[in-house]
Design a protein around this ligand. Structure first.
Ligand code: GLC
Length: 437
């Protein structure tokens, strides 16, 4: 690995993807600002320009709705037409609390911003501008978490639900198949639409049209109820307490508590959420027969029994006890011993595994970043260094792509990664990982 070469490449990608106040994930495929992408990007920017790192998050929160939600996409340019579903399809104005500008989607994504700010503070402990920013944005992030607890946890259980696979960040993971299969599409009702992604990326690496019809169906359902109406909880065929979404919320809660204490801010509310969420996550989502945390299907009233990458993120949020963490670590080591790069996004032993298709098996850089940190929380240094080394090797060999082949035996025959190229969160997380000696 040539550290200097990688960091120069990473920096030039982040520079090229910078627009006016934010970073796009990648040129052709995703030409706007994405919620959790921006969080990860901010960490990379933080290494060489704290001003841009701050601005990235500031711009993202300029799209926050009055109900507290931070949308999953901000359409800063209304002229850019190369993406579907664009702002005119989402019609975020159906919700009176959605800002007129920037236009946005109507759903959210994993709430990474609490831990992102804490990471920036670790990089710049004495930067006063950053201190002021954290003090100001603490309440905005708190309002975002409050939105999640109020609107996405109507039973006040401590776990929040998602009603669209895109909210999980793992768009077409096989975990969602069963819930999507529940949706009967009436083609007289589904508005006509044209996908754009398959004309800019290889269709075999993207979700299928069967899945896309269902994504559009759920989008329409959200829109019908202004994206935050209680009817969504009552009616959505897709209603899931996602393990990763909740683990990331818990991780960000923990960061908010520490930041709040450091800057003398009120942390009572977030401490209450945290206590309940951490306990219920561990009790409700752990599946002993698989040795991992699962997501919970609120429509089917059952755990979704799959081994997949979301459960591993629990380590990042320090949720499992030592025994449970050991089972997760042993699992990762067994995949490593059997010739997989760490960490495949889905269980290689399942018939639903596909090492090339998006969230059904490939390796994702930002996931490795979280899992690397998670393993260190439990002193699994050897596994952590494999997780770090694997992603550095993949990027060195195949370029700064969106995601990567997970079978080592296949790697000799391919010359690039999958999905979009010159990808921002790949650049950003690599930047951070190579800064570790
Ligand atoms: C895809 C990913 C999602 C990401 C977005 C932009 O939709 O599944 O997690 O935020 O691309 O990179």
């Amino acid at each position: 690995m040539d550290r200097e070469f990688l960091s120069n490449q990473a920096k030039s990608i982040l520079r090229a993807n910078w627009r006016d106040g934010f970073t796009i994930p990648t040129g052709k495929l995703y030409p706007f600002q994405w919620n959790w992408d921006s969080g990860f990007v901010s960490i990379g920017l933080g290494h060489y320009t704290i001003e841009k790192a701050i601005l990235e998050i500031g711009t993202l929160f300029s799209g926050q709705w009055a109900n507290g939600m931070v949308p999953h996409i901000l359409f800063h340019s209304e002229k850019e037409k190369s993406y579907f579903p664009n702002y005119d399809f989402w019609e975020s104005q159906v919700n009176p609390g959605a800002p007129d500008k920037p236009k946005s989607s109507g759903i959210t994504q994993p709430p990474v911003h609490g831990f992102v700010l804490e990471n920036l503070l670790q990089l710049h402990p004495d930067n006063e501008r950053l201190h002021r920013f954290i003090k100001k944005y603490f309440s905005k992030i708190l309002a975002y978490h409050r939105f999640l607890y109020q609107y996405r946890d109507p039973e006040r259980e401590g776990l929040i639900f998602i009603y669209h696979p895109w909210e999980s960040g793992r768009d077409n993971s096989p975990i969602w198949d069963e819930s999507l299969d529940r949706i009967e599409i009436d083609y007289n009702q589904l508005p006509p639409y044209q996908r754009r992604d398959t004309s800019v990326a290889n269709a075999s690496e993207r979700p299928t049209s069967y899945q896309y019809d269902r994504y559009v169906y759920l989008l329409q359902l959200g829109k019908k109820y202004r994206y935050d109406g209680p009817e969504i909880y009552q009616e959505s065929p897709f209603l899931v307490q996602d393990n990763m979404m909740n683990a990331i919320l818990i991780k960000s809660n923990e960061s908010l508590i520490r930041l709040g204490k450091r800057f003398g801010l009120n942390t009572k509310e977030v401490e209450e959420w945290q206590q309940q969420s951490k306990r219920v996550f561990d009790q409700k989502l752990w599946e002993e027969s698989l040795g991992t945390y699962t997501s919970y299907d609120l429509r089917g009233n059952k755990r979704m029994k799959y081994k997949e990458i979301g459960g591993i993120v629990s380590l990042f949020a320090s949720i499992p006890n030592k025994e449970k963490a050991k089972r997760i670590n042993d699992y990762l080591m067994s995949l490593h011993d059997r010739g997989y790069y760490l960490c495949p996004s889905f269980d290689p032993d399942s018939s639903l595994f596909d090492s090339k298709r998006y969230w059904r098996g490939p390796i994702w850089p930002q996931m490795n970043w979280m899992i690397y940190k998670g393993l260190l929380n439990y002193d699994y240094h050897e596994t952590a260094s494999i997780v770090r080394g694997d992603i550095l090797e993949l990027v060195s060999k195949l370029g700064f792509y969106e995601y990567f082949e997970s079978r080592k035996s296949d790697i000799e025959t391919i010359s690039k990664g999958y999905g979009g190229g010159n990808f921002s969160w790949t650049a950003s997380t690599i930047f951070d990982l190579i800064s570790v000696k």
